[in-house]
Each structure stands twice: as structure tokens, then as C-alpha cells.
Design a protein around this ligand. Structure first.
Ligand SMILES: Nc1ncnc2c1ncn2[C@@H]1O[C@H](COP(=O)(O)OP(=O)(O)OP(=O)(O)O)[C@@H](O)[C@H]1O
Ligand SMILES: [Mg+2]
Length: 363
């Protein structure tokens, strides 16, 4: 397998009326054997980035490397990239066995080798029983397993998967997700996995690049994306629900430092006064606190419960606190009803502060 490196890659589509910057100065390194996720909302440039790696699009600017070799002008075939798309692409009227064997036949592998490899991969994907069926008769879950088998049986430079589990039903999705992770761990293949489903990306990939509007906003481990989002977008996008983002003034009073709003929201942050001073003590900041770290029961802030959403073993409380709104994700034992007035606090070491102008993390 290879290490993939995108060096300041930009892709601009020029239409009749408008010009779309689909990929905007992306620099990204995918180490050899790594499982990397590309995560972001619809239209942010994920598929275009993949197509540039596969050689199906030429970048407007920038370079693509496989190991130390520049491949920007290489044909897709020469790059030897295995791709799996959202919708399974199979020949409907030849058997599953023949579909999976196709890439090996194209490579002129001996029949005995093909038989052995198809058997192995079919067992791995749990499709041995349907090897003699034709795809036309099968459901989408089975078809996508076959597409994956067809990609995995090859020995490509890199695997590219573009939302491969999106069309599956929830049970098959989880089953295949687990399978894919096992296979990747076992084979140590370089895999780039695109999705807009954060659970999928964060459970599968060792590192995830979060994209928005053509740019990579943070490229980090799932833990780091959750614990230390580099900006407000990542804070909001990662998490379920995402981080609360509350714009506040920073005010000093009687030797103490507060986050404050006109409507009376006031929170003592003296414990980080020194760190804020070092940053030149900004006048306004965006407070970032994940709903999991909003504690309900006691604390310095008053909040009114507007709505309570039951999500399995947790409740998401939609709160109005003075002139700000926020969410708390609490244990099911917290009995709050719409209309109740509650006291809340934040887990101090989980408080993040962002620059309101750039959205970038300050603390
Ligand atoms: N061939 C093209 N011509 C013109 N514009 C394009 C072309 N391909 C993509 N775009 C535009 O580039 C932007 C990025 O598209 P892309 O398909 O890469 O997004 P995506 O992140 O894969 O989205 P989704 O999650 O919906 O699949 C979009 O605004 C899209 O409309
Ligand atoms: Mg796409």
C-alpha cells in the first residue's frame, strides 16, 4: 500500500453561471496502512477530494503524491485505486462469484488462485451462501457486501470508500461497520473513508479530517476532535448534539473575571483568568461547552426547561438561560419537565473558549 499526500490541492468547477471552489487548498497526509475518515456536511468537497486521489478529477492547483512519487497527472488505471461507492456497482446477470472474481481475471491470475481468494473474501464478508446467485435477485445489503468483497480482493495502492454504508438498513450498517474495522485492522490497508455520519467516521477511523466548504478544519483523532475542537464548526459538528456555543462579554469585577451577557447570564471564570490574560484578555469570546458537561441540579446559573427529549438512556434538555439557549445531556434520573426552572453549572475543566471573529479555539 502507499502513503497518500495531498499538497495544497484546490479544485474549482467553472459552470456557466457560477464558479464553485469544491476543494480549497487542502493539504492532507494519509499514512501507509492508516484508516482515515473524511467527514463533513453535504457539498463540502468529500467526493471531489476522493476523485482527485483516484485520478478521476485533475486538481486546479496543487499536487498528489503516492509515497514519494507525484501522481497528479497519472491515469486512474495506473494509480490502482480500489473504490466502493454509495450505490453498489455490479453486473446483475453474472453470478456473485464471477462479479468478485472480475478484478483477478482482469489481472490474469490463475484459476486456482482466484478460487482460493474468492472463497476467503466471501467467508470474511459472510456471503458464501450466495456465491452462485445473481445480484439482480439480491437486496441492497447483500449487494454492498459483494461490492466491498470485489474491492477488498484486489491488492490496490489505496482503498477509497465513498459513503459505502449509507443506503443499508441500520442493522446491516452496524454489522458491516464492525466487519470493515476488523478487516482493516487485520490487513493494514490504506483506507480513506468518506461519510457525513460522524458515528461511522469516529468509530472506524484512527484519524478524521473534518471538512466544511472545501477546507479541512481539523485533522485529528476522534478523541481530540471531541475533547479539543480547533474551532466552533468542529465543536458544533462533532457530538450528539454538538457543543453549545454562547457568545459572551468578558468582564472584570471585584478582582474576579466573568462571562457575561446583557440579559444577565453570568459565569465566574476566574480560574482561567491567568490564561486569558496571556491571550491579551479578549473583550468577547464564544463559550463552548458540550451538553454532556452541563450539570443540572445546582449551580450559579438559572435555566428554564423548554423541551425534554428522551434519547435512550439519556435526556436532552433544551434550556433557556437568561438571554441564551443551550442544551444539557443528562442521566435519565434527572426529572425535568418543560416549564421547570432549574439551576445549572458547567464542568470547569471542559470549558472551551473561541474567538468570536475567526471561530478558532483560544483555550
Ligand atoms: N462536476 C462538477 N461540476 C460542478 N460542480 C461540482 C461538480 N462536482 C461537484 N461539484 C460541486 O462541488 C461541491 C462539492 O461537491 P462534492 O460532491 O465533493 O461534495 P460532498 O462533500 O461529496 O457532498 P455529499 O455529502 O452530498 O456527497 C458542491 O458544491 C458540488 O455541487
Ligand atoms: Mg459525496
Amino acid at each position: 500500500m502507499v502513503r497518500v499526500f495531498l499538497d495544497h490541492v484546490t479544485k474549482i468547477f467553472k459552470g456557466e453561471k457560477k464558479r464553485v471552489v469544491a476543494v480549497d487548498d487542502v493539504t492532507l497526509e494519509i499514512p501507509d496502512g492508516a484508516f482515515v475518515g473524511l467527514l463533513g456536511p453535504s457539498g463540502c468537497g468529500k467526493t471531489t477530494t476522493l476523485r482527485i486521489i483516484a485520478g478521476l478529477e485533475t486538481p486546479t492547483k496543487g499536487k498528489v503524491y503516492f509515497d514519494e512519487e507525484e501522481v497528479t497527472d497519472w491515469e486512474p488505471r495506473k494509480r490502482n485505486v480500489a473504490m466502493v461507492f454509495q450505490f453498489p456497482v455490479l453486473y446483475p446477470t453474472i453470478t456473485v462469484y464471477e462479479n468478485i472474481a472480475l478484478p483477478l481475471r482482469a489481472a490474469k491470475e490463475p484459476e486456482s488462485e482466484i478460487r482460493k481468494k474468492v472463497k476467503e473474501i466471501a467467508e470474511l464478508m459472510g456471503i458464501t451462501e450466495i456465491l452462485n446467485e445473481k445480484p439482480i435477485k439480491l437486496d441492497v445489503n447483500s449487494k454492498q457486501k459483494i461490492s466491498l468483497a470485489k474491492a477488498l480482493i484486489r491488492d490496490p495502492s489505496v482503498f477509497i470508500l465513498d459513503e459505502p454504508l449509507t443506503v443499508l438498513d441500520p442493522k446491516a450498517r452496524i454489522e458491516l461497520r464492525t466487519k470493515l474495522k476488523k478487516i482493516q485492522l487485520g490487513m493494514k490497508k490504506t483506507m480513506i473513508y468518506v461519510t457525513h455520519d460522524q458515528t461511522e467516521s469516529l468509530t472506524l477511523a484512527e484519524k478524521v479530517a473534518v471538512m466544511n466548504a472545501g477546507k479541512i478544519l481539523q485533522y485529528d483523532t476522534p478523541e481530540a476532535l471531541y475533547d479539543n475542537p480547533a474551532n466552533t464548526f468542529v465543536g458544533w459538528f462533532i457530538g450528539n448534539p454538538g457543543m453549545n456555543l454562547i457568545e459572551c462579554d468578558v468582564v472584570e469585577e471585584n478582582g474576579k473575571l466573568y462571562l457575561s451577557t446583557e440579559g444577565g447570564f453570568r459565569y465566574d471564570i476566574s480560574f482561567i483568568a491567568d490564561e486569558l490574560k496571556k491571550l491579551g484578555q479578549p473583550k468577547t469570546v464564544v463559550l463552548g461547552i458540550r451538553p454532556e458537561f452541563v450539570e443540572v441540579g445546582s449551580g450559579p446559573l438559572k435555566a428554564k426547561c423548554v423541551h425534554a427529549e428522551y434519547v435512550g438512556n439519556r435526556i436532552i434538555l433544551h434550556l433557556e438561560s437568561y438571554d441564551r439557549t443551550l442544551k444539557a445531556k443528562t442521566p435519565i434520573t434527572v426529572r425535568a419537565r418543560p416549564g421547570d426552572t432549574l439551576r445549572i453549572d458547567f464542568v470547569k475543566e471542559r470549558i472551551k473558549l473561541f474567538d468570536p471573529k475567526t471561530g478558532n479555539a483560544l483555550l
